[in-house]
Ligand binder design. Structure first.
Ligand code: MG
Length: 370
């Protein structure tokens, strides 16, 4: 499995309804910024990171893949995933310029491409390689009905519609004003009844005092978790919130390393663990976080299930995974799409990690890499 070529690509895919907003992001397209790694014999593995389709930034990632990572991979055995992870993550010149950020996003794309290659070479879906199926079904929760940019009436209608489609969990964005968000959540809880799980996501907008005021007002709403209530790296603030409220804290989609997660674990600042293979340095690093969560007896809810594709495989194969997010923006771009049927993710069937883009997606959404 000698690596013969590494090629980057950029796709910009329109999101639901022309655009969405949460408390900190306002986007019209999702960026799929990836690497295609080919080995002797012609087999090709695909991996990608996710962006807000900001082309100059996306081109920094592809430049990192093509000029910094490709030379470390060419001629190497693609099966040596851990060794190659270490070669990239602990390269002295690379770690000097970025132990997090663009270099990690680029690393994510190539690490996932190597896992895709390994599974394709074995002729098996990735979940099989990760040790096999540990649960019969992976429950999906719907985030796409809950954007902050959705008007109150449409939010309630969307929540009811999701439940009718079979979803047993939804997530609603917060982070506008405490009063408006409590009003919206009360209406949603009333509409969906007591048996549907209701999570919320602040996307790091509020300060501690605002979060505590919100949590006091939300006591009767049976909130499954409060995601990213505070700034992403604020371990002390999350620990204080976790101690002062009965609403569990969820976070992780903005963390780049196992070390970052370890600090939240050590300070008891996290209840739900949300790593993302497209932000951390690929599946290799996310598996370490999942194992750590397992040891701490904390559930994992990987970030954005269908937007990584890989998280579906992970959720079927890892004991710590409990539930998976549904945001279907890019699922149509892949040959083995992460589909949800009656509220549960379908078990992937094709060999690989599910990350192979369709010919149509590569043609329709492609942007220049430089
Ligand atoms: Mg989130």
């Amino acid at each position: 499995m000698k690596i013969t070529s590494v090629e980057s690509f950029i796709l910009h895919v329109p999101v639901t309804g022309g655009g969405i907003a949460d408390s900190t992001h306002n986007i019209s397209h999702w960026g799929v910024v990836g690497a295609a790694i080919q080995v002797e014999g012609g087999l090709t593995g695909y991996g990608f990171t996710g962006t807000h389709a900001y082309l100059p930034g996306d081109q920094l990632i592809t430049r990192c893949i093509d000029t910094c990572l490709a030379p470390l991979l060419l001629g190497q055995d693609a099966r040596d995933i851990t060794r190659l992870w270490q070669t990239i993550a602990r390269n002295p010149a690379l770690q000097w310029i970025g132990r997090a950020g663009i270099s990690t996003l680029a690393h994510a794309a190539v690490d996932v491409a190597l896992w895709d290659l390994k599974a394709k070479d074995a002729g098996q879906p990735l979940w099989k390689l990760l040790g096999g199926q540990v649960r019969e079904k992976v429950r999906a929760y719907n985030t796409d009905i809950g954007w902050l940019s959705i008007a109150d009436d449409a939010l309630v209608a969307g929540a009811k519609s999701a439940v009718q489609q079979g979803f047993t969990g939804i997530k609603v964005k917060v982070g506008s004003t405490v009063e408006r968000d409590l009003r919206r959540l009360t209406a949603v809880r009333h509409a969906i009844g007591p048996d549907i799980t209701l999570a919320i996501d602040g996307n790091g907008k509020w300060d501690l005092a605002t979060c505590q005021r919100f949590c006091a007002g939300a006591q009767g709403l049976d909130i499954l978790w409060f995601e990213e209530p505070l700034w992403y790296d604020d371990v002390k603030g999350h620990a204080q919130l976790a101690r002062s409220s009965s609403i569990p804290v969820a976070l992780g989609e903005q963390l780049y390393t196992t070390d970052a997660f370890a600090e939240f674990f050590a300070q008891q600042a996290i209840h739900w663990v949300q790593p993302d293979v497209t932000r951390m340095a690929g599946l290799t690093e996310v598996l370490r976080v999942c194992d750590m969560a397992n040891a701490f007896r904390l559930p994992v809810a990987p970030h954005a299930g269908d937007m990584s594709q890989v998280h579906v495989h992970l959720s079927y194969a890892h004991a710590a995974c409990a539930v998976l997010e549904y945001i279907p923006w890019i699922q149509h771009c892949f040959t083995d799409p992460a589909l949800v049927v009656d509220g549960y993710f379908r078990l992937p069937q094709l060999p690989g990690a599910g990350t192979t883009p369709t010919v149509d997606a590569l043609a329709r959404y492609r942007q220049p890499v430089a």
